[in-house]
Design a protein around this ligand. Sequence first.
Ligand code: ADP
Length: 585
Amino acid sequence: MKKLFSLLLVLAVALSSAGAMGEALPAPTLFTPGTYEAEAQGFGGMVQVSVTVAENEITDVAIKGDLETPALGGVAVETMGEAIVKAQTPNVDGVSGATVTSSAIIAAATQALEAAGADIAVLDEFRRDTEENTVREDKTLDTDIVIIGAGGAGMAAAIMVQQAGKDFVLLEKMPYVGGNTTKATGGMNAAETHYQKEQGIEDSVELFAADTMKGGHDLNDPALVQTLAEQSAGAIEWLDSIGADLPKISFSGGASTNRIHAPADGSAVGNYLVDKFSAKLKELGVEIMLNTKATELIMEDGKIAGVKAESQEANYTIRCKAVILATGGFGANLDMIASYRPDLQGTVTTNAPGATGDGIVMAQAVGAALVDIEQIQLHPTVEQTTSMLITESVRGDGAILVNQKGERFTNELLTRDAVSAAELAQEGQYAYIIFDQNLRNNLKAVEKYVTNGLTVQGDTIEELAGKLNIEPEVLAKTLADWNEAVAQQNDAQFGRTTGMNANLTMAPFYAIQIAPGIHHTMGGVKIDTSAEVISTEGNVIPGLFAAGEVTGGVHGGNRLGGNAVADIVIFGRIAADSAVAYCGK
Ligand code: ADP
């Protein structure tokens, strides 16, 4: 009200001064009505913004950005127009995780509005979506089950609960679904699957369990690992049944045989599953409550009785019999990381912005025990200025790592913890990943690194070295030695045996400066094999279930590639079954 009054005052002053000069009084206007267009560079290409204004009102904002990543930048393209109209200024909050697209939209909208004659500072001053102008309603809902988090585990659970005919609510605090699951590139580990049998691959539940324990340095909960392995083939069949087949099997680090299952066309498993799960939920008529954050679990008589949540419009009290926590890990909460692992203070993260450990904090508040909470996986190849993960496939396809001296320092395909530790032991605690045009030609992911300006390029190895401030002769010798090792299929220096199918001889040559980044939080809420949450006293907390990265125990001290997706699908399903059975009691 006060602001409206001051706006009128500003306009009145403008009018009276015009009047004092003896001119006819113009109508007060903020804009010259019309439609104005501008564009700015987004993540994948140009983003076009078309703004329509009346004299004192932004009436419509249309955004076009077909080349933006659908799950992130695409969300900004879809939602920020409405936000600008609501706020009546271009300076609205961007979509977290889609900074480049969001900034492009704001820049283009600003330009278009300035062309319409707007003074952006005035628009900012009188923005209409401020906290003081927002009234949140109190709302109470009643349901059987609340699923918190619409990442892989939450969406798998939601499909199961819907198919079981229970009433439920699915909460997601971000404006988009998918969480860290969208970041999974490899596939899903599973043993004794029909695909393995059809492709003549011998494997067993016992071998899968043993590999997982060994990979996790035997810190894992053996009962959870056994359940993971036993239920993996059934989970693959369930994925088939909802149209999310993973028939392409290959080898992944730490497995004794070909066990990682991926989409037929080899595309990244995370986005594939998130798309398939979203489509299935849509087909089943499930509405996901986006932009709605769970803040507290309600307990009554020692049992779960509800969830408190909030959105821009409402404070919710959701009464329910059971809760499935599927809130993911805490890899994007750097304060929480530092509190459990002071040595990781300041490390960049590859995580989706919603991975802030909310579920862990909420569960602890109702007495849940935590396991292995300090076990945090670093990914060794993260570009530090953008936090972009340089996929393992680059090394798998033949890239090497060199330090600032231009020398190799490790077998580049050891486990993630070992390669990360080797990098941190180098001067400056970083390294360069080096590859050639042939590798770029054969690996689609590399284009993204080039278009985002992450690569340094040279027509010769010496030219590349010069740009990296490395002694040219040293880098040239490192490459020559490596190419000889590939020719001989013998890496005498570091004993590398994989990712040696192609040498690095085709110009131009490329380098990306990388260092370790936080990738996966392996610890979390303690669960049993029925996904029931266990209290610090060792008892089941009635009505509370958890699945996915929010839990601890499955991965122990080191997660194998392919086991995060197995975890979310398998335990997401188990949590749903258990919650449905609990509600039936
Ligand atoms: P998982 O792999 O275990 O399924 P993901 O990271 O894929 O984990 O998904 C977790 C999801 O939970 C993310 O989409 C995240 O935004 C969401 N989330 C996290 N905390 C909350 C919360 N307090 N309320 C609602 N959703 C949440």
